[in-house]
Ligand binder design. Structure first.
Ligand SMILES: Cc1cc2nc3c(=O)[nH]c(=O)nc-3n(C[C@H](O)[C@H](O)[C@H](O)COP(=O)(O)OP(=O)(O)OC[C@H]3O[C@@H](n4cnc5c(N)ncnc54)[C@H](O)[C@@H]3O)c2cc1C
Length: 461
């Protein structure tokens, strides 16, 4: 595979950055997996029209994320993140959301992890050193900013042709009322405040989702809540060992087959990536807040001001990092080798777990243990724009209760934008399955997941 290396010296202010960023899209998509045996293909319900516009994420299969957000599986605890965050010989520093104990799996966590790694590196380094940063997501950009401001000579290597990592806004004013967000964009009150505090105040550029409803085959129903899950988790606190959330529910006598509980678990998975069958009940992800804010602007603007003057090299995957107590050597996908004094690695946990970067010598046991102990969770998003709404509800959050649709959580953007746009959120094992579908099958699965709008008499095969 030949990889073109493109160097960007980002230094001419926001306008130029915007142009450069625009020039960096689209990124190469991984080839879809093809099945050899022809399978009977599901059909979309006629009651759900074909969308006029459609976009979806595939973070699970993207070679530069291989997952969406990290979480703690049963048996792991937050010290794994601290172990991963320990500098190696004061030469290799890990940052990125997976290394933050307070707010893992979030943009805030990525920013805080970058600050921690940059400060540790600055404390260990001499006056002016050559520093490499691997990855230009939130963590990489913030780390590079701080290290540059501290007087170091910093180069950022980004595998993709675009910046932002798991922040990805698709700006297309003609097609969409707001930019479809394929990565991070939903924030609780606290997260919105924390992000505005750390990066830039975006509170005026959000829409609020605060009215939820359930949908069953019989129509609109009561929404879901986290009460049964909270009760099971509380009971699991006195268990002899850390059960998964699903095991904790089973132990408390609740069946995960119960449609309302399954819908609650699907909401939890869609917002946190945590698979209830694997996630720790001792260190569980927070159940989603009742009010969620969605960003309505181009999220890359978060990072723009921090990019000013940085040396960012895109389309340059780092495939090997050799290190000793005197320095580091990076090998790029092109075969090129470059020497630095130190390196900050912000590649996602999924990439580290699949050994997308080789370390020489192998990382210490503590780091390898942490990488394998943490779990890489899956969240995928699908944006669908329709010519006409086929729904009448004003509720902004829909939970599908029952049925066998893959996507069980929908956000209705019509009340906020005036346009018939629905956003499907899917998490955990269902998200991994959704990401592996071909474009056609994913579109069918998404429409089939909206089949709860079908007339009761409809005979959908
Ligand atoms: C669908 C989805 C929804 C989310 N929703 C939210 C949300 O609502 N709120 C929230 O706060 N967070 C959310 N998150 C999580 C949030 O996006 C991440 O926690 C955060 O963006 C991670 O930043 P990072 O810098 O740690 O990693 P990344 O953004 O993944 O950056 C790492 C960078 O490293 C690059 N890279 C990988 N391998 C290599 C290599 N070998 N060489 C060079 N570069 C490499 C990648 O291309 C990437 O640009 C969501 C994530 C997803 C996927």
């Amino acid at each position: 595979m030949s990889i073109t290396r493109r160097t960007l010296l980002v230094g001419a202010g926001a306008g130029a950055v915007g142009l450069l960023l625009a020039a960096c899209t689209p990124e190469p998509q991984p080839a879809p997996t093809r099945t050899k045996t022809p399978m009977p293909r599901p059909t979309a319900p006629e009651s759900v029209p074909a969308p006029a516009g459609w976009l979806r994420s595939t973070w699970a299969t993207d070679p530069y994320s291989l997952g969406s957000v990290s979480y703690l599986p049963a048996g792991a605890d937050p010290s794994e993140r601290e172990r991963l965050a320990e500098p190696v010989l004061d030469r290799v520093f890990f940052a990125g959301e997976a290394t933050d104990s307070a707010n893992p799996g979030t943009v805030v966590g990525a920013v805080d992890a970058a600050r921690r790694a940059a400060l540790a590196l600055i404390a260990a380094a001499g006056d002016t050193e050559r520093i490499a940063v691997v990855g230009a997501g939130a963590a990489g950009v913030i780390a590079a900013r701080m290290l540059t401001d501290a007087g170091h000579d910093v180069t950022v290597f980004e595998a993709r042709e675009r910046l932002g990592g798991r922040i990805r806004s698709e700006v297309d004013d003609e097609q969409w009322p707001v930019p479809p967000q394929l990565g991070a964009w939903l924030l609780s009150d606290d997260e919105l405040a924390a992000l505005s505090d750390r990066l830039v105040d975006i509170s005026d550029e959000t829409m609020t989702f605060d009215t939820a409803t359930g949908w069953t085959a019989d129509g609109e129903a009561a929404t879901v809540d986290g009460a049964a899950i909270a009760a099971a988790l509380q009971k699991a606190e006195s268990a002899a060992s850390d059960p998964s959330i699903a095991d904790a529910l089973a132990a408390s006598g609740v069946s995960t087959d119960d449609p309302a509980l399954a819908a609650s678990l699907a909401w939890l998975a869609a917002m946190t990536g945590a698979d209830p069958a694997r996630a720790s009940s001792w260190y569980p992800p927070d159940f989603p807040a009742d009010t969620v804010h969605g960003v309505t602007g181009d999220l890359i603007t978060f990072l723009k001001e921090h990019l000013d003057g940085l040396d960012v090299t895109t389309a340059s995957p780092v495939v090997r990092i050799a290190y000793d107590d005197r320095g580091v050597s990076l090998r790029l996908g092109t075969g090129e080798a470059l020497s630095y004094d130190r390196v900050v690695v912000t590649a996602p946990l999924g990439v580290l777990q699949k050994q997308g970067i080789e370390f020489a010598p192998a990382l210490p046991f503590a780091h390898r243990g942490a990488i394998s102990a943490l779990a890489s969770g899956f969240v995928e998003t699908v944006w669908m724009r329709f010519d006409e709404p086929f729904w009448t509800t004003e509720a902004a959050i829909w939970h599908v209760i029952g049925g066998d649709g893959l996507i069980r959580t929908w956000l209705n953007l019509q009340p906020a934008t005036g346009e018939p746009v629905l956003v499907g959120l899917v998490g955990g094992a269902d998200a991994e399955q959704f990401a592996e579908l071909s474009e056609r099958d994913a579109a069918v699965a998404a429409r089939a997941s909206l089949a709860f709008f079908a007339e009761p008499a409809a005979d959908e095969g």
